[in-house]
Design a protein around this ligand. Sequence first.
Ligand code: SF4
Ligand code: SF4
Length: 95
Amino acid sequence: MEKFQESLQKMQKMSDAEQKKMLEQLKGMCLCPGCPTYNACMKEKTERLFCVLGKSACIVSMKACLCPGCPVTSKMGLTMTFYCAEGSEAQRRER
Ligand code: SF4
Ligand code: SF4
């Protein structure tokens, strides 16, 4: 099975507590706060991990995206960029 599908299935099988722990872990790895696209609104809402949680509630002006170099990309088998503007990997694969 493809890596992202495998990661998703693994997360779906976790208990709520395990899932929460995993999300906190991934948030800690997220490079978004250092990205030129990451703005004051996102910071105020402490948003991150858009690749899993979905797009930002803020207005996004796309500059650069650090996702390709993020450890979450290799860990989860992500294939896209600009998740803050475009939505999570899972949502976009369903389109
Ligand atoms: S891939 Fe992008 S959105 Fe996902 S955790 Fe890394 S920097 Fe954040
Ligand atoms: S998803 Fe990509 S473009 Fe958006 S803030 Fe994170 S690293 Fe930057």
